[in-house]
Design a protein. Structure first.
Lengths: 423, 368
């Protein structure tokens, strides 16, 4: 037995200091893995903090609705028992609770916040809460009459239905609003009045304009890249600088340059009038509309298409085309059947880059878009910094994110994401 | 073994950094970050308020931050993060109301916190109904009014109705891309009296009426979004007439000598002033500065550098000549009797309630 055991022990390979090789190897591998992990850790944390957490926060904000329940914490539980279909106003105990909540909220300066939140759902709440907050200090029972005396809106059943609907900690109201929908009289979801529908139209416009811009970039960039990759190094480097120079110029400068070129009193119109193509009093409207946005954005995004295409084309050996020609293909067939399939990875990368950048583009449409050329991102910015309706901005942003993910999935199914090459 | 060296270097750096920090706090002044609009406006505040104050109080250093255009959004974000670094924020009256509603601005007792007028009138009386919110300390009255090209307009426009009259004033016009002011002007041009504008706008029929009036010029309008745009559009001859802030038009006319003239009929008066962020730094220093910077003389001084009217009644007689151009500023003030025949003060309460809804409708109308 002892002999057999030694035999097994002798079978195990050991290092100089006697530890089995397997253990030693695993140990050193683990150390390397740890080192590698430490190396990517800063980047990982960076992405977590600047990319992942904001997106989660955005998704959370698009449904978050704690303010009503927190501030009106006495009223809301009572409101849950109130039957909104009874056609009766809530009872006196609820109004008494409301008076307490209001006194507390006015002291803590939070009543205005609830007013602002509810004002997103129905205009007038902001004023109602501000007015009530001013007068609630001296309120006395019977509270129901007293509240209605402050503002007769407190006697309106719709007001109470709305507060009840929006008193939960989470809400879909922002998504309802972002889809051009609204709530009807008995809280059923209906389409908004035609005069107030904007977002679906804007999503649709953003989508087709981004696709169009991507397509135009591809059409323009393909010959440029082909030229760059086939010319001698000296000439192609010179031409490449011409592509990169605008790429390095400030976005605002390039956009302003387009304004100077395209406006009605601008260079192109002046030229056309001078040549006699258009009449002086009938100058072309090329900016502050859709045309302006499309032209300026194609120009700004073109390098993002040229560079991946160029880097892929550069790697295609010229001998492929020569081989095709020697096997009897004419110039056209050789190009379409041999050269183009080899550039698919560059086309894929360029298209994805340009499309993703275009769908979230913001400054250029704001400056040259006028009324027909603004995109959904301009409205997200509006709700972020002007109207301060961050919930709606988050909902619009989340929908945009979902649309991009769906398109990405479709792209993966059709082209395959592995077929992408950036250089 | 290179680690000890590395450690030595790191600790030396850290020690140096700590030393620096300690040194700078040791003889540091109190730094106040004051947020304003930048450009000519911040410059006027710098010359009228900041520089004289810093000269008299070497312990205080005022740092300008030009992010007032999204001041409300940033202030809210700071408040949520619990780290408010701004000492004072310049805001329009309607934004100050929002900030007050949100609880991110401090309520001020105007009489105890601000200086009385030279004749002893308490501040709340001197500012009068300019105090539209308990958080708001008014500074200037500005107006959104019209400028037109003297060489391109067929006849000089004289009334708000002319802005909507394509036969009298043919050509493109520029309006701001938001419902505020445009809705009021549409109703005024349609014959509604100034007193009734907001009553009319509070009804659905009134809103329809305003949009119907705007419809008549819709395809001749270039919409502007940034304050610098309308003066530029006028200078380029892209539009014949444009709504703009009167200070911007003043500098296009008097400083850049453009062929532009003012049309003051039914100018929309609006207010701009300070709010003190809740939880901001150096509260006592800020309040001392604020008392000084909003007294009668200081508000009158600011009008030497920019053509906005001081918010105090007692400052008006002290407005003199422009500091550099040497021209009399009185006739360029929105509050000058010649310019103020027909004026309307923006309905802050109305817009606080209706801005969200009407902006949505306005944008939908634009895209139709």
């Amino acid at each position: 037995m002892a002999q057999a055991a030694t035999a097994i022990e002798q079978d195990v390979m050991v290092t100089v200091d006697g530890t089995p090789l397997k253990v030693s190897l695993a140990r050193s591998l683990r150390r390397n893995k740890l080192k590698a992990l430490l190396l990517v850790l800063p980047l990982f944390l960076f992405i977590l903090v600047t990319f992942f957490i904001p997106i989660v926060d955005m998704l959370f904000r698009s449904v978050e609705n704690q303010i009503v329940g927190t501030v009106l914490h006495r009223t809301v539980p009572l409101l849950a028992q109130w039957d909104e279909r009874s056609g009766e106003l809530p009872d006196e105990t609820l109004f008494a609770a409301l008076a307490e909540d209001f006194k507390e909220a006015t002291a803590a300066k939070t009543s205005g916040r609830v007013g602002r939140r509810l004002n997103y759902e129905k205009p007038g709440f902001s004023g109602l809460f501000r007015k009530t907050g001013r007068k609630v200090k001296t309120i006395e029972p019977p509270y129901r009459e007293a509240f209605i005396k402050i503002d007769k809106k407190w006697g309106d059943l719709d007001i109470w239905r709305l507060i009840k609907r929006e008193s939960a900690a989470f809400t879909i109201a922002y998504y309802v609003s972002a889809m051009d929908l609204s709530y009807g009289d008995s809280n059923e979801i209906i389409r908004k009045d035609e005069n107030n529908r904007i977002y679906l139209k804007l999503f649709w416009r953003t989508l087709w304009m981004s696709l169009f811009i991507t397509f135009m970039c591809l059409v323009l960039a393909y010959p440029i890249s082909y030229l760059l990759s086939t010319l001698s190094v000296a000439t192609s480097n010179l031409l490449l600088i011409l592509v990169l120079l605008p790429f390095w110029t400030s976005l605002l400068v390039r956009t302003s340059a387009w304004i100077a070129l395209l406006q009605q009193e601008g260079i192109i119109n002046d030229l056309l009038v001078w040549v006699g193509v258009v009449a002086n009093d009938d100058r072309l409207q090329m900016i502050h509309n859709r045309t302006g946005t499309i032209v300026a954005m194609i120009h700004i995004l073109l390098p993002f298409m040229v560079l991946p295409l160029y880097s892929v084309m550069k790697t295609i050996p010229p001998s492929y085309l020569r081989a095709a020609r020697s096997l009897g293909a004419n110039q056209f067939t050789a190009f379409v059947r041999v050269y183009m399939p080899n550039t698919v990875s560059g086309i894929g990368a360029g298209c994805i880059l340009v499309f993703i950048l275009a769908i979230g583009y913001y400054i250029t449409p704001a400056l040259v878009g006028g009324q027909s050329g603004t995109l959904i991102s301009n409205f997200i910015a509006h709700h972020m910094s002007i109207s301060l309706n961050w919930g709606l901005a988050a909902a619009l942003g989340s929908i945009l994110l979902a649309v991009v993910l769906v398109l990405y999935f479709v792209y993966d199914k059709i082209v395959g994401i592995d077929n992408m090459k950036l250089g | 073994m290179k680690h000890p060296k590395f450690n030595l270097l790191t600790s030396a750096t850290i020690a140096a950094a700590i030393g620096f920090g300690a040194a700078s706090t040791a003889y540091a002044e109190t730094e106040l970050v004051v947020v304003s609009w930048g450009g000519a406006y911040s410059a006027s505040q710098q010359k009228a308020y900041h520089e004289p104050y810093m000269a008299a109080n070497p312990g205080v250093k005022i740092i300008n931050d030009d992010s007032a255009s999204d001041g409300l959004a940033k202030l809210r974000a700071m408040n949520e993060a619990g780290n408010v670094t701004w000492a004072l924020v310049d805001m329009t009256a309607s934004n100050a109301m929002l900030a007050c509603d949100e609880g991110i601005a401090l309520e001020i007792d105007h009489d105890t916190s601000l200086a009385p007028a030279p004749d002893g009138t308490p501040a709340s009386k001197d500012f009068g109904d300019m105090i539209v919110s308990p958080c708001f300390i008014p500074q200037i009255v500005y107006s959104t009014t019209f400028g037109y090209r003297t060489d391109l307009a067929k006849v000089p426009p004289t009334s708000i109705a002319d802005v909507f009259d394509l036969e009298k004033i043919p050509g493109k016009r520029s309006l701001e891309k938001k419902p505020i002011n445009n809705m009021e002007w549409a109703l005024l041009a349609d014959g509604v009296s100034g007193d009734d504008v907001y009553n009319e706008l509070s009804t659905p029929e009134g809103v329809d009426r305003a949009f119907a009036k705007l419809d008549t010029i819709k395809d001749q309008v270039v919409w502007w979004e940034v304050g610098a745009q309308p003066a530029q559009l006028l200078s380029d001859g892209e539009v014949v007439i444009a709504s703009s802030y009167n200070g911007r038009l003043f500098s296009a006319i008097e400083e850049e000598k453009q062929p532009i003239a003012m049309m003051w009929d039914w100018q929309m008066l609006d207010l701009d002033g300070w709010v003190v962020p809740k939880g901001g730094p150096h509260h006592d220093v800020v309040m001392t500065y604020l008392t000084w910077a909003t007294d009668t003389q200081r508000l009158a001084d600011q009008a030497k550098f920019i053509s906005y009217g001081p918010a105090r009644k007692s400052s008006a007689p002290m407005v003199g000549k422009h500091a550099e151009l040497g021209i009399d500023m009185g006739p360029h003030m929105p509050t000058d009797p010649k310019n103020a025949k027909n004026t309307l003060l923006t309905g802050f309460e109305f817009w606080a309630d209706n801005a969200d809804d009407l902006t949505e409708r306005f944008q939908a109308w634009l895209s139709q």
